[in-house]
Design a protein around this ligand. Structure first.
Ligand code: ADP
Length: 226
């Protein structure tokens, strides 16, 4: 089977800071992979390169047979909206939109019509246990509710890959494990690949495999957790 995602010798600098240097990894379809390592080691930068949000300075990123790093920005954005879902540490919800609209907009970006998008958004808010939050704006949601809405938004359009950057980092451990459990259950049910950045070993233990990033490079051969 050819890998779904591949980074080969990826380098990325911000000014004088070399966030990534020679980072390589391979992820197969349907895997749940935790990317762990100390703060500042380059985990988020690697995730953003894999997701086509950042373009590396050196090396290659492949999604299936496609070189992601050489696509123009419009094509990358379209691919990201259709094939990827993204959950950030602080949700990244649009504050002016209700929870339902936040989810529906991502469905419309992925090409669905307005009424189908609203119905699907409701359905996913229900699956994440936050259907009563549909008319509420992010500022009036608890942290746990906001992350459930963010997870609904990331999954509703049926992405191939969900990228999650410390998705539970702003939550207490009970709320965090609940949100993560819902994300993983939905992903496993749909065969979705998950790339989950975390510095928390307990969170990494939910994954099939852990990849450790240190000093901008993938430090250890991937280990099978289970
Ligand atoms: P991690 O996710 O492991 O905490 P990051 O990928 O966020 O690490 O950061 C790796 C290094 O790159 C850090 O030194 C960080 O300060 C730097 N960095 C990341 N993003 C930027 C940016 N947009 N501008 C400047 N420096 C950045």
């Amino acid at each position: 089977m050819s890998p779904l995602l591949q980074a080969r010798d990826v380098g990325k600098a911000f000014g004088r800071t070399r966030a990534l240097r020679g980072a390589s990894l391979t992820i197969d379809a349907g895997e749940v992979v935790a990317v762990s390592g100390p703060s500042g080691s380059g985990k988020s930068t690697l995730l953003h390169c894999l997701a086509g949000i950042l373009v590396p300075d050196d090396g290659e990123i492949r999604y299936g047979g496609t070189r992601l790093d050489t696509l123009d920005e419009d094509t990358r954005t379209r691919l990201r909206r259709e094939a990827f879902g993204i959950v950030f540490q602080f949700g990244g919800l649009v504050p002016e939109l209700t929870a339902e609209e936040n989810v529906a907009v991502s469905l419309m970006f992925a090409g669905r019509g307005r009424s189908e998008a609203s119905a699907t958004a409701r359905e996913w808010l229900g699956r994440l246990g936050v259907d009563d939050c549909a008319p509420v704006r992010p500022g009036d949601l608890s942290g746990g509710q906001a992350q459930r809405v963010a997870v609904a938004r990331a999954l509703a359009h049926g992405p191939t890959v969900v990228f999650a950057d410390e998705p539970t980092g702003a939550l207490d451990s009970v709320a965090g494990e609940e949100v993560l459990g819902l994300l993983l259950a939905a992903a496993r049910e749909h065969g979705t690949t998950i790339v989950l950045v975390t510095h928390d070993n307990r969170i990494a233990a939910f994954a099939d495999r852990e990849i450790v990033v240190r000093d901008g490079t993938v430090a250890e051969a991937p280990t099978v957790i289970r």
